[in-house]
Design a protein around this ligand. Structure first.
Ligand code: NAP
Length: 292
């Protein structure tokens, strides 16, 4: 058996189309386009590329972006002042502070200062708490994108065994809440998990988000499982995931590639979250269904 390869680029393109239509309608209702503020601090080249891609994606769907690029030596106080200013700016519906931040700044303090209503990365303690309680709020982009990928592949998590490798605030933990909310039976693994292969083999849905190249081999996959590879590891062989794709494709039922799987969904869901944030702030009901 060879697994179906889930095409993240195609799913992301359809999400962007949906967002474009939503933005058009929302712009008419608000009398202005929804707005996303991006904040890039320091000169990390990868961060600069990510932020540029996010701004370009906004432009493509009609979201207005407001870019701020304070110097890398900005103090925590000054960055907090910028966050407060953006929290109060009426034309800004979402705020994205690109992480990591320079070492003189405590990113937890900055993230916690964001207005949860504008927290399009879903990283504030308020957003995390709402998600953990199963209440409406803004959800981190990558986990939300993974739920959308599962749905596009026709996989309903209800009643299924789902195994997540990784427990970060960015991926593993929010994904746990989303899968639990979708009625899966969820196990979360981490670096102290005993017998990782045995636990992974339970998963009808297996999500690898460990940041360890090709950690998940064929022997860790339940035959026919849906395997979602979140890992993006730069190695001498180029960009590789947390799953040994060539081996896994022979065992899994469906699998995401790296690149071209989860990655493209992250930016698409940021756009979707910006629309959701604008609607929530202005109490405008959604006409198309929420993707997750
Ligand atoms: P992270 O904060 O480093 O967390 C990694 C998690 O994996 C930790 O919980 C760690 O356990 C666990 N782990 C690491 N090695 C393990 C092992 N050998 N066995 C079992 N568990 C292990 O990473 P992250 O931010 O969640 O990111 C994970 C990966 O996804 C990275 O490759 C990142 O680049 C990628 N990513 C991709 C996207 C995208 O859009 N495609 C978005 C976000 C992240 P402990 O908690 O015990 O340390």
């Amino acid at each position: 058996m060879v697994a179906t390869v889930i095409d993240g680029k195609a799913v992301a393109a359809s999400v962007r189309e949906r967002v474009r239509a939503d933005v058009e309608q929302l712009s008419a209702e608000l009398g202005r386009p929804p707005g996303l503020a991006t904040v890039l601090v320091g000169d990390d080249p990868a961060s600069a590329i990510y932020v540029r891609r996010k701004r370009e994606a906004c432009e493509e769907v009609g979201i207005r972006s407001f870019h701020h690029e304070p110097g890398g030596s900005i103090s925590q106080e000054e960055l907090l002042e910028l966050v407060v200013e953006l929290n109060e700016a009426d034309e800004v519906d979402g705020i994205l502070v690109q992480l990591p931040l320079p070492e003189q700044i405590d990113s937890d303090v900055i993230v916690a200062a964001l207005d949860p209503g504008k927290d399009v990365d879903g990283l504030t303690p308020t957003s995390a708490g709402l998600l953990a309680r199963g209440e409406p709020g803004l959800v981190p982009c990558t986990p939300r994108g993974i739920m959308e990928l599962l749905s596009s592949a026709g996989i309903d998590p209800a009643g299924r065994e789902a195994v997540i490798v990784g427990r970060s605030n960015l991926v593993g933990r929010p994904l746990f809440s989303l899968l639990l909310g979708a009625n899966a039976t969820v196990t979360v693994c981490h670096s102290r998990t005993r017998d990782l292969p045995e636990v992974c083999r339970r998963g009808e849905i297996l999500i690898a988000a460990a940041g360890s190249p090709r950690l998940v081999g064929a022997e860790m996959i339940r035959p026919g499982a849906t395997v979602i590879d979140v890992g993006t590891n730069r190695t001498d062989d180029g960009l590789v995931g947390d799953v040994d794709f060539d081996a896994a494709v022979e065992v899994a039922g469906a699998i995401t590639p790296v690149p071209g799987g989860v990655g493209p969904m992250t930016i698409a869901m940021l756009l979707s979250n910006t629309v959701d944030a604008a609607r929530l702030r202005h109490k405008i009901a959604a006409t198309s269904g929420r993707p997750t």
